[in-house]
Design a protein around this ligand. Sequence first.
Ligand code: ZN
Length: 320
Amino acid sequence: MRQRELKRLKAMVAKLTFAQRRELMDELGTDAEAAASVGIIEAQGKEAGCPHCGNGHVVRNGSASGLQRYKCRICGRTFNALTGTPLARLRQKSKWIVQAEVLRDGMTITQAAKRLKVARSTAFRWRHRFMAVPKTIQAQSLAGIAEADETFFLHSRKGQRGLDRKPRRRGGRAAKRGLSKEQVPVLVARDRSGATANIILAADGKVDLVAALKPLLPSDTILCTDGSSVLAAAVKEIGVTHRPVNVSAGRRVIAGVYHIQNVNAFDSRLKNWIRRFNGVATKYLDSYLGWFRTLDRSSSPGLQPASLLALALNSRAVLN
Ligand SMILES: [Zn+2]
């Protein structure tokens, strides 16, 4: 736009009513969000090299769907920054920075759809595509003093058709407390550096606990648990040092550095956060756990939407 035209536009802006001004600002805000989204996406594309053959020898090759297109000099195929990521072929990428914000804030699908101005089905699809990467990120090994506990989630077939029983009130309670087919056991293991693993267990038993815990624990780990008999049996089989904190009689046997406060605090933050979704379908529990780990890892001032978007794009996101 010419300088003269801009001057005229500014003069026109001065005549706007308050409501019109708000409308214009909304419009400009949306443009800024779109530019930010595309900027982050493009920034990922430059670094990665060819997603087809892994070669770094790539050249610019026009553009398509609003993104820079590249061509690989080795395999001859074209790609853009989204090729091969969980976000490939999703539409409306200009809204993705807002989608990342929606994820950070843990909005429900209804809230997200409203904020993003998309259908609920779109908000749902985006949520799960964005969580594809975070759910794969968790500690592969713990070190030093570690803590482990089991936590339970209500089994839920939320969103599935053809329920063979009357649907439970959302987020309701299991008929039986503790162990039953209605509960999904999840191992929460965490060391003092904050490295955390959440593993969904097929059953609450020694075999599954050993399979989940063993790869996480180097032989010199000292593992603190609440001393439940099933965890104790599992730790004994694994062979690391066990420091049970509360025996079943309720006696506090060991104090000082041997406690399970970190794992308990993590569990209560997790349960508190997940409550807002009014029960999550068991088949998506893994995604929600990964999402929570991501949010929980990044301390104040809070995970930036840009980092979350970069993470969803499967890149080396900057997480503190
Ligand atoms: Zn290639």
